[in-house]
Design a binder for this molecule. Structure first.
Ligand SMILES: *Cc1c(COP(=O)(O)O)cnc(C)c1O
Length: 397
C-alpha cells in the first residue's frame, strides 16, 4: 500500500511557466495583451485552425460561440447528457433550449442516430434547431463524419466541446481545425482548467472560421469594436464603439504566460499519458470484472481521462463502494460525469427521468476515472494497478 495519497489530477507546472508569469508581472501589461496574442497564434498553429480566441474558460467559449452564431430564445441546440454540466448551461444561458440525445454504448459520445431522432422531435415541437454541441468525451473524438452530415442536411452549426480533446483527431485531422472544412461552420471550445491536459489554472480557447472568431472576439469583451490592448497601446486610440451586448470573458497575459510553455510541453505530456494508458490496459486486460476504455480504429485519442467500467454483475460491490476501497488504498479517483438530466435543475425544468437516456444511465452506475496525468511515475501507475487488482480479487463473485 502507498505511503502517501495519490491525487487524481495535480497540475504539472515547471520553472519555465513560473518565470514567464513573473516576467508578465514585472512588465507593464498583465491582462489581455501580447502574450495572449502569441498564445492564440501558437495554439492555432498547433491544432491547425484558421483563427483562435483566448477566453477565460471553456464554458465562456461555448457561450460565446452560441452568441456569435446568433442562437437565442426559440432556438434549440442538441447535446449529450454525458458531460460536465457547463456544456448544457451554455445553451441555457442563451435562452435557447438544450435537447439531449443519448450516447453510444462504447465511447459514451453522443450517438448520431439519437441526434437525428432528437432533431426530428424538436422540429415537430416547433423549435428551430440551430446547432449540434458534441463533447469529445474523455478525449475520444465523436463520430464527426456522421454529425457534420446531419449538420449539412439540417443547416446547423457545430460547436464542439473540446475540453478533453487537446490533442484529439478525427480522420487524421486535429480537433480544432475543422472550421469550414465540412461545409458547415465548426467552432471548437478548449479548456485550460487546472485538471486539463494543458492548464492555465483557468482559461480556454475558441477556434474556428476567421469571420466567426472575429464576431466571437467582439462578444467576448463587452461587445466593443476593439480590445483594450489596442486602445491603450502606443498606437491605440481612446475611441471604441459597443456593437453587441457582450460578455467579459477575456484571457489574461498572466494565464497566457502559463499556456505558452504548457503548449511547448504538450507533446511530451501526451506521450507520458499514453505510456500510462498502455501500462493500465495491459494490466487490466485479463480482468473480466472491468470494461476498458473504448478506442476506435483511426480515432486520435487525447487520453484526458482513463475511465473503466465495473462489470457489476461479476462484483459484490457498487461503484461508490469501489471508490471508497480505492480511497482506503490511498488512490484518488473520480466520476465523469453525473448525467446532466439527473441534476435537480434540469430534471425539474425539462421533466427528465433517469431512464430517458438509458445508455448514459447504465454507464453512469459503472464508471470510475483512474488517475492519469504526466506527473505520475511508473510506480504510481503500478500502485493504481495493484489497488484495482486487490479490490477485484476481494470482491469478485
Ligand atoms: C472542464 C470541462 C468543461 C468546462 O471547462 P471550463 O474551462 O472549466 O469552463 C466543459 N466541458 C467538459 C466536458 C469539461 O470536462
Amino acid at each position: 500500500m502507498r505511503a502517501t495519497f495519490l491525487p487524481f489530477s495535480p497540475p504539472l507546472i515547471g520553472e519555465e511557466e513560473i518565470n514567464e508569469v513573473v516576467d508578465t508581472l514585472r512588465s507593464d501589461w498583465i491582462t489581455t495583451g501580447p502574450k495572449v496574442k502569441r498564445f492564440e497564434q501558437e495554439f492555432a498553429a498547433y491544432v491547425g485552425a484558421p483563427a483562435a480566441l483566448g477566453l477565460s474558460s471553456c464554458t465562456a467559449a461555448l457561450h460565446t460561440s452560441l452568441a456569435a452564431l446568433g442562437v437565442g430564445a426559440g432556438d434549440c441546440v442538441v447535446t449529450t447528457p454525458m458531460t460536465f454540466v457547463s456544456s448544457v448551461h451554455a445553451v441555457e444561458h442563451t435562452g435557447a433550449t438544450p435537447v439531449l440525445a443519448d450516447v453510444e454504448p462504447d465511447t459514451l459520445n453522443i450517438d448520431p442516430r439519437r441526434v437525428a431522432e432528437a432533431i426530428d422531435a424538436a422540429r415537430a415541437r416547433g423549435l428551430r434547431v440551430r446547432a449540434l454541441l458534441p463533447v469529445h468525451l474523455y478525449g475520444h473524438p465523436c463520430d464527426m463524419g456522421a454529425l457534420v452530415d446531419l449538420a449539412r442536411e439540417y443547416h446547423l452549426a457545430v460547436v464542439e466541446d473540446a475540453a478533453h480533446a487537446l490533442p484529439a483527431s478525427f480522420d487524421g485531422r486535429r480537433v480544432g481545425s475543422f472550421a469550414d472544412r465540412y461545409g458547415v461552420p465548426v467552432l471548437s471550445c478548449f479548456s485550460f482548467y487546472a485538471t486539463k491536459n494543458l492548464t492555465t489554472a483557468e482559461g480556454g480557447m475558441l477556434t474556428g472560421p476567421a469571420e466567426l472568431i472575429d464576431e466571437a472576439r467582439v462578444w467576448s469583451l463587452h461587445g466593443m469594436s476593439r480590445d483594450a490592448w489596442n486602445r491603450y497601446g502606443e498606437r491605440g486610440s481612446w475611441f471604441y464603439e459597443v456593437v453587441r451586448p457582450g460578455f467579459k470573458y477575456n484571457l489574461t497575459d498572466i494565464q497566457a504566460a502559463l499556456g505558452l510553455h504548457q503548449l511547448r510541453k504538450l507533446d511530451a505530456f501526451q506521450s507520458r499519458r499514453r505510456e500510462i494508458v498502455r501500462r493500465y490496459s495491459e494490466a487490466f486486460a485479463p480482468l473480466e470484472e472491468l470494461t476498458l476504455p473504448a478506442e476506435r480504429a483511426g480515432a486520435g485519442h487525447a487520453w484526458h481521462l482513463y475511465v473503466v467500467r465495473l462489470n457489476l454483475e461479476r462484483l459484490r460491490l457498487t461503484r461508490d463502494e469501489f471508490i471508497e476501497e480505492m480511497r482506503a488504498r490511498r488512490v484518488g479517483t473520480s466520476v465523469h460525469f453525473i448525467p446532466v438530466h439527473t441534476h435537480p435543475y434540469y430534471r425539474e425544468r425539462y421533466g427528465f427521468k433517469p431512464e430517458d437516456f438509458p445508455a448514459a444511465m447504465s454507464a453512469f452506475r459503472r464508471i470510475v476515472s483512474l488517475p492519469l496525468n504526466p506527473r505520475m511515475s511508473d510506480a504510481d501507475a503500478d500502485d493504481v494497478i495493484e489497488a484495482v487488482g486487490d479490490i477485484v480479487e476481494k470482491f469478485r463473485r
